[in-house]
Structures are given as C-alpha cells and as structure tokens.
Design a protein around this ligand. Structure first.
Ligand code: C2E
Ligand code: SIN
Ligand code: SIN
Ligand code: FE
Ligand code: FE
Length: 407
C-alpha cells in the first residue's frame, strides 16, 4: 500500500471510530461496520456474525460484484440466517474462540495443516468465487468476543489479491472499535427495552380494575406510532410517542370501581368524576426528569381534548392541543369504538370509519383522520396481531379464579 493511501486509510479509521459511537440503531450500526471494514481493506464482500452464547449468528453480508449484477434485494436472497458453534471447525469460530485473526490468500487452496475446510455452498448458489479471506474477531473492552467480521476478495485494480498485512492491521484496529460500539448499542437497546416494557406493564396495571385489556394499550400505542410516523415526525419523536401513549389512562387508577366498571351509561355526576382521570394522570406523571414521562403527562392531560374545543379538561381547540394529544385521541377512540367495553359492544369497522369521517374537524384533527384512513391496512394488521379474546375480557369477574402465573 502506498503511503498517501495508508495515510488516508488511517484517517478514515479514526473518523469512523468516532462516528460509530454515535450510531444508536443496531441494524444501522451493523451496516456501517460492514461497509467501513470493506472499504478499509478494499474487500469485494463481507459478512458479519454476532456472538450469541456459544454460537455465532450470521447477521448481514454484502458483496459488491454480485450486488452490481443483481441488486441488493436480489442478493439478499442468497443469504440465509444461520448459526455456527464457536469452535475450531470454522474460521469464524476459531477467531471467536482464540481472539486471533485468520488471513488466507486463497480459500480454494487452503494449506492442509490449517485444519479448515472452505464450505463452497455460497459460491455454488451464487456463482461467485471466493479466494482471499480475512476473518477478524470483534471484542469488547475486556477482550470478550462479541462478533466476527469476515472479508472476502481484496481487490486491487479489478484483480483479486491477498489481504495485505497492512489491511489486516487496519481491520483489526477497526474491529476493536466496532466491538465496543456494538456493546454500547446493545446496552442502549436493552435499556430502552427495559424502559418500554416497564411502561407497558405499569400501564396495563389498570387492566385489573378497568376491564380494558392490555391489548388495548398495545394496539393504541402502535396506532399512535403509525400516525406519528405518517405525520412526518422524526424517528425519536415517533419512538417517544410509542412509549408515552400507553400511559394515557393511568389516571383511571383514581376512579372508583362503581363508576369505572358501571355496565351502563354514566350519570352527569359520574361523568364529571370519570373525566377527572385526565387531570389525575397528569398529576401522577408530572415533573419527571425523564422526557418520555413528561410527554406521557402531557398526553394524559390532553387526550380527551377535541379539535373543535368541546373536549376536556381545558376545552383547548385546534393546534392549541399538543400534537401528541391529538394523535393519541384518535388512536384511543378508534380502538375504544372497535372494542368491547363494559358499557358497549364493539362497532363494525365501517361504522368506526364513518364516525371518524363525521368527526373529522370536530373531535379529531382533520389531517390526522386523513392519514389514519390512508393507513388502514397497517392498522388492521395491528388489530389482528393483538386481538382480545373472551378470556381476556372475562378474566377479572371472579377474583378467586385469577390463575397463578408460572415464574
Ligand atoms: P373508553 O371506553 O376507552 O373510551 C375512550 C373514548 O372513546 C371516549 O372518551 C369516547 O370519546 C370514545 N368512545 C368510546 N365509546 C364510545 C361510544 O360508544 N360512542 C362514542 N361516540 N364515543 C365513544 P370519553 O367519552 O371521554 O370517555 C372516557 C372514558 O370514560 C371511557 O374510556 C370509559 O372508561 C369511561 N366512559 C365513558 N362513557 C362511559 C359510559 O357510558 N359508561 C361507563 N361505564 N364508562 C364510560
Ligand atoms: C468460516 O469458516 O468462518 C466460514 C467461511 C466459509 O466457509 O464460508
Ligand atoms: C380508555 O379507557 O381506553 C380511553 C378512555 C380514555 O381515553 O379516557
Ligand atoms: Fe382516557
Ligand atoms: Fe384508552
């Protein structure tokens, strides 16, 4: 490698290391790692494996020649998700086990004493020829293997060559950074999942009093996410609405059973008490340091406001109602109407849709109604994924029959 070229590769190594640490999304991070490892080593193809317990799981692969021929989508058909044990049987397994790299100029003619056999199944299926192969472990700060990068066919002016020692060194340095970035992204993801799960579980605590099911919360939070996305909000904002919307009714905790579970219509006095759930929810959630909980307070407070200013508790109108509140109002009512409640039977989809159309610009933000109706096929998918069963709905009529969960 010429030294100006080396210089630029070293520079990009530093630049990329910094960039990796800011990628939050795991899939995006894997793509990025693969692309950068390929360009650092002028590889034509590459695969990435992640460690899961005692196995390596194949995650993604790229192959520039094949992709040029048949496109990325066409190419993806050749990859099968598979796992292999972490053992000396495979190159990737060996690297994961020993923390060492392997660099073979031609896997079609592996030295007999290498102990490896090249598995030609990918080449056979795709018509590709793998020659040079560089396999490098990715490790965390403690040196534990978190995954493996496998690069194939180093290219030099259109010809396949062996991976040079410099390439090997660059990829090793890069893999160390990538390993740390992977661990961070994974931790981030776990934390996010833990948060989200806690919110869902706490939100569905109301299920023990209200006969609404936790599926209501799942459906309406997905509807809210879809609406937020279609309204053009950023990915972070969309995630945030997905996480905050399940808490819209926590204030129902403060409503007495004889009102909350009344089989028939509420009297005006009962209605006043019922409506206080919006304000109670806002009190429960207010003043949090966590942004998503602050947003949940806002959603609890505003999810019964109406576009025309006739809602509660503050009779806000139009865009004075925060967008999150307008989104959740639509998602919540759509699901309430489509479901059985202690005081009503489910409505048919036609009836619910004409209700939305009637209430476009009255109860609901007209633009959101349009987006919702345009996205009905996705809405139906969510509904069929999270259906209420009769047992869900009946489960709390007899408290002696609540099954003991297996832990
Ligand atoms: P929910 O049952 O989840 O209903 C949420 C919202 O969906 C309602 O807010 C309302 O805007 C809409 N909705 C639900 N069912 C119907 C319906 O049959 N017709 C129409 N036009 N809209 C419907 P709302 O009215 O502010 O009620 C808030 C919560 O108060 C309800 O949540 C429910 O828990 C309770 N609630 C409301 N009405 C009654 C009732 O007549 N009897 C009982 N037991 N509870 C009620
Ligand atoms: C491996 O040994 O790591 C897999 C390489 C292959 O045979 O394709
Ligand atoms: C619900 O009970 O699910 C919604 C009712 C409300 O939003 O107050
Ligand atoms: Fe509510
Ligand atoms: Fe609700």
């Amino acid at each position: 490698m010429q030294s100006p070229e080396l210089q630029s590769k070293l520079e990009s190594l530093v630049r990329v290391g910094v960039a990796l640490s800011s990628v939050r999304d795991l899939d995006e991070l894997l793509e990025r790692i693969l692309d950068e490892a390929m360009s650092l080593s002028s590889a034509d193809g590459a695969s990435l494996y992640l460690r899961k317990g005692e196995e390596l799981e194949f995650h993604i692969a790229h192959n520039r020649s094949l992709e040029a021929k048949m496109g990325r989508t066409g190419m993806s058909l050749f990859y099968e998700r598979f796992s292999m044990p972490i053992s000396r049987q495979s190159m990737a397994g060996y690297c994961a086990l020993t923390g060492k790299s392997l660099n073979f100029p031609d896997v079609q003619a592996l030295p007999l004493d290498s102990g490896f056999q090249y598995n030609p199944s990918f080449d056979k299926r795709s018509g590709y020829f793998t020659h040079s192969m560089l396999t490098v472990p990715m490790s965390d700060r403690l040196g534990q293997c978190v995954g493996v990068l496998q690069l194939i066919n180093s290219m030099d002016n259109g010809r396949i060559t062996a991976f040079s020692p410099v390439s090997e060194m660059l990829v090793q340095a890069f893999a160390a950074q990538a390993g740390v970035a992977l661990v961070n992204a994974q931790l981030d993801l776990d934390l996010k999942k833990a948060h989200q799960e806690t919110l869902f579980r706490l939100s569905s605590a109301a299920e023990y009093r209200d006969k609404e099911t936790s599926n209501h919360i799942k459906r309406m939070s997905h509807f809210s996410r879809i609406l937020a996305r279609d309204a053009g909000l950023t990915r972070d904002q969309v995630d945030m609405i997905f996480c905050s919307s399940p808490m819209h009714d926590v204030g129902k905790i403060g409503i007495p059973d004889h009102i909350l579970q009344k089989p028939g219509k509420l009297t005006p006095e009962e209605r006043v008490i019922m409506e206080s759930h919006a304000v109670i929810g806002a009190h429960i959630l207010k003043d949090s340091e966590v942004p998503v909980v602050r947003q949940a307070a806002l959603v609890a407070l505003t999810h019964h406001e109406k576009w025309d200013g006739t809602g509660y508790p503050r009779r806000l109108a139009g865009e004075a109602i925060p967008l999150e509140g307008r989104i959740v109002a639509l998602a919540d009512v759509y699901d309430a109407l489509s479901s059985r409640r202690c005081y009503k039977e489910p409505w048919s989809e036609d009836r619910v849709q004409s209700f939305l159309v009637d209430q476009r610009g009255l109860h609901f933000d007209p633009a959101l109604v349009d987006l919702f109706l345009a996205g009905m096929s996705e809405i139906r998918q969510i509904q069929s994924l999270y259906q209420d069963s009769d047992s869900d709905l009946e489960k709390l009529t007899d408290f002696s029959k609540i099954p003991i969960p297996e832990l």
